[in-house]
Design a protein around this ligand. Structure first.
Ligand code: GCO
Length: 458
């Protein structure tokens, strides 16, 4: 049995995707509130105004988490709920929501893992330049202080930013996520540099203000390339491609991980971006490169790579008709093998899988249940690969399935269902899917149930 005895089994969600109450109790608007209102941005004009109504139903949701046996729940804080203008005035009612949520989790024996920023940027700060403003790292540090002052007597696990590759790239370059900008690469990377500085300032702030010893990490996307075969050449090529900045987009691992974990931008990234690379102030890397306690990363799938005749990586294709999720993402369980293995080798920090899961075509069936064998098989395959990575020495501390419940999947609206728990949005009824009962077994047996073929839900 590879999973360590103190392994944490959890599930994740993010504020804008589940909370709703978008304009209640003094919350200020976020860029996502505004973005959803622009025609043509989100599928069928949907938005997170109500979402899963978790803001009002959190007690029921925590009871469900307890029923599943979650040991950890990864949540995020809506910055503009706490600071309606993003900076300055604190909204006590917003802060109290997280107070109640954290208390409910602890009472259910579930550890809160708090992400400070999961994309819902305060709109008022966006109007002041957002991540392009050189003051943005300080805004983030000030907000962090408010949260840590309030919650660190009970919260001991913190993550600063979720997926900078996405909120910077998808939000500021492609324009398909909030704030919906299509900036040139130079501005995009400047915004990214400020986000990295914000990470560093937040870590410093957490360490300075925490009321008890705590663990601090980060949650970028793990952009991993997978070897097309078991040959040493293909494996070496996939590893090299995983740690390369091979195009002029933000979609890579090292540009976002190396500064944080090694204190420098990768050489090939500096070459690739050339004159568009951000100017780095003399103190910047010292701020960005803070000691961390864990390396969080979100892992869903990976593209296939093989070695060409010169041993260099080149793209390879998956076999025709291979498995796809409802989102049409490839099913590539080995990403939970190679990802943790290589990230552990490069960064030597204990790993938390902060997200992994799949969208499925779930509905309530005529027997009143939600049967999702694809998700069970998906998670089983992925977790067996994670177990293999651990058995071979990768230090992995925890796994957070995405997501505890169906929720607002950004530009896809409510079309994609990622949950262990089905949400019937018109009634807000929650129904545990078969995968939730199965995951309960996995948790209760610390992974042993992954080796059982037959599974009949309770
Ligand atoms: C992300 C975000 C989550 C998504 C999930 C499924 O990775 O995009 O962190 O908010 O909902 O990944 O796409």
């Amino acid at each position: 049995m590879a999973f360590p005895r103190d392994f944490t089994w959890g599930a994740a969600a993010a504020a804008y995707q589940v909370e709703g109450a978008a304009f209640e109790d003094g919350k200020g608007p976020s860029t996502w509130d505004m973005f959803c209102r622009k025609p043509g941005t989100v599928w069928e004009g949907q938005n997170g105004d109500v979402a899963c109504d978790h803001y009002h139903r959190y007690a029921e949701d925590v009871a469900i988490m307890r029923q599943i046996g979650l040991q950890g729940y990864r949540l995020s804080i809506a910055w503009a709920r706490v600071l309606p203008e993003g900076a300055g005035r604190v909204n006590p009612r917003g802060l109290e929501f997280y107070d109640r949520l954290v208390d409910a989790l602890l009472a259910a024996n579930i550890q809160p893992y708090v992400t400070l920023f999961h994309w819902d940027y305060p709109y008022e700060l966006y109007c002041r330049g957002g991540w392009l403003n050189p003051d943005s790292p300080e805004w983030f540090a000030d907000y962090t202080r408010v949260i840590v002052d309030k919650l660190s007597d009970r919260v001991t696990h913190w993550m600063t930013l979720n997926e900078p590759q996405c909120f910077i790239g998808t939000g500021h370059s492609l324009g398909i996520h909030a704030p919906g900008d299509k900036l040139g690469l130079k501005e995009v990377l400047r915004a990214g540099h400020h986000a990295l500085l914000a990470h560093g300032r937040a870590v410093q702030t957490i360490r300075a203000c925490t009321k008890q010893p705590c663990k601090v990490g980060y949650a970028p996307v793990g952009v991993v390339r997978l070897p097309a075969s078991d040959s040493p050449e293909d494996i070496a090529a996939a590893r090299a491609a995983t740690f390369a900045v091979s195009d002029r987009t933000t979609w890579n691992s090292t540009w976002w991980m190396d500064p944080v974990l090694l204190g420098q931008y990768p050489e090939d990234g500096l070459r690739q971006y050339g004159a568009d690379a951000p100017s780095v102030g003399p103190q910047d890397m010292a701020i960005i490169h803070q000691p961390l306690d864990f390396f969080g990363c979100n892992l869903y799938n990976g593209e296939l790579v093989r070695a060409n005749a010169q041993g260099q990586p080149e793209p390879a294709s998956y076999p025709l008709g291979g498995p796809l999720t409802a989102f049409h993402w490839t099913v590539t369980p080995e990403v939970l093998y190679w990802g943790p293995k290589w990230f552990w080798e490069r960064y030597r920090l204990p790993i938390m899988i902060t997200e992994n899961g799949m969208a499925n075509t779930d509905w309530i069936m005529l027997d009143g249940r939600v049967h999702d064998p694809q998700r069970i098989d998906f998670l089983r395959r992925y977790l067996l690969q994670l177990e293999r990575a651990i058995a071979e020495g990768a230090s992995v501390q925890s796994y957070f399935q995405w997501s505890i419940m169906d929720n607002f999947e950004w530009a896809e609206g409510y079309k994609q269902r990622f949950g262990l728990v089905f949400v019937d949005y018109p009634t807000q009824q929650r129904v545990l899917k078969d995968s939730a009962y199965w995951y309960r077994e996995v948790i209760a047996t610390n992974g042993e149930a992954l080796h059982r073929d037959a599974y009949a839900p309770a």
